[in-house]
Design a binder for this molecule. Structure first.
Ligand SMILES: Nc1nc2c(ncn2[C@@H]2O[C@H](COP(=O)(O)OP(=O)(O)OP(=O)(O)O)[C@@H](O)[C@H]2O)c(=O)[nH]1
Ligand SMILES: [Mg+2]
Length: 319
């Protein structure tokens, strides 16, 4: 038994202690040095869990599906990460989500909500960190629900091994999903609310769009579900498993995870630079330069160039 408090916290979390796991996730969410330490520690234990992303337009039934999936997967240690890119931490949407989810989730699933604090770029780093912590704690599968609206949200959703895109009957949804870039990231499609008219029509619309875009390789299957009744969820899980098998057999899993890790490195650098830029702009010397832009003594371009040179002189990178 180690005496490092962080190691002990991880061990307790791995033993199934939710409070310890919750603590680790809070630490990692706060960013800064502690977060980096937790992330580093998690890194050495992670890489085993299956990560399933569930995304789609607001209200399509993502939470209901996610909750059902967590219980149908048959896993004793499933985790749900609900990402809310739009609302602040105390937002009602999250609370509502949690309640709706609780209705369908097996008591075993660990549920955690995460919201954007500051700019959305923070999530690009916080989400992989949270997944890493859940993975290191032995959770599997990890299901990540994100509202797929903007590019950032879509990329978060795509940070999974298997991405499930949810639409509802009606042309609008499929077209919107296409516009939001969701068609490209989908490994499995769900037409939820199949109890409503024209679910089959929605499937046909999707098939047509897939025909146009298909370039060989895995073709995303389309599953009809009525999540509120639990109908079609078994079939959905089967397709997720089939995709997992495909990822293993084709070598795509390793490639995907590689791409993800590289992307995360870039995201981390970007976030850190963003912080530095904010700091510089708010500093005395930054303000001095900006006030010269205010009175049009300096052009924005010249000011940016000057401040960038300043930033670089503090962070010399050998070329
Ligand atoms: N008729 C019908 N309603 C459903 C079905 N699945 C979900 N709903 C309802 O649709 C509403 C939204 O469901 P959620 O699971 O919260 O949808 P969501 O996509 O997570 O919503 P956001 O997270 O707010 O974007 C709820 O009132 C659900 O009860 C379904 O299969 N049929
Ligand atoms: Mg939801």
């Amino acid at each position: 038994m180690s005496h490092d408090p962080l190691d002990e916290l991880f061990e307790t979390a791995r033993g199934g202690n939710r409070r310890a796991l919750g603590k680790l996730l809070t630490m990692v969410e706060k960013r800064g040095e502690t977060a980096a330490m937790v992330s580093e520690r998690a890194h050495s234990h992670a890489g085993h869990a299956r990560v399933v992303g569930v995304t789609g337009a607001p209200g399509t039934g993502k939470s209901t599906i996610t909750g059902r999936l967590a219980s149908v997967s048959g896993a004793s240690r499933s985790a749900i990460l609900a990402i809310d890119p739009s609302s602040p931490l105390t937002g009602g949407a999250i609370l509502g989500d949690r309640i709706r989810m609780d209705n369908h989730v097996s008591s075993n699933a660990f549920i955690r909500s995460m919201a954007t604090r500051g700019h959305a770029g923070g999530l690009a780093v916080a989400v992989p960190d949270a997944i890493r912590v859940l993975d290191a704690a032995g959770c599997d599968p990890i299901i990540v629900e994100t509202v797929g609206v903007g590019q950032v949200e879509v990329s978060i959703a795509a940070a999974a091994d298997t991405t499930v895109v949810v639409v509802t009957p009606g042309w609008g949804d499929a077209v919107q999903a296409n516009k939001a870039g969701l068609l490209e990231v989908a490994d499995v499609f769900v037409v939820n609310k199949a109890d409503r008219p024209d679910a089959r029509g929605a499937r046909r619309d999707l098939e047509l769009m897939l025909d146009l875009g298909h370039r060989g390789g895995w073709r995303a299957p389309i599953v009809l579900t009525t999540a509120t009744e639990g109908e079609g969820i078994d079939g959905l899980w089967d397709e997720i498993e089939r995709h997992t098998a495909h990822l293993h057999d084709s070598g795509d899993l390793a490639r995907r995870r590689c791409r993800r890790r590289r992307g995360e490195v870039a995201d981390r650098i970007e976030l850190s630079l963003r912080d530095q830029v904010d700091q510089m702009i708010q500093s005395e010397s930054g303000e001095a330069v900006l006030s010269r832009v205010d009175c049009q003594e300096l052009s924005p371009a010249a000011a940016a160039e000057f401040l960038l040179a300043e930033l670089k002189s503090h962070n010399p990178l050998e070329g």
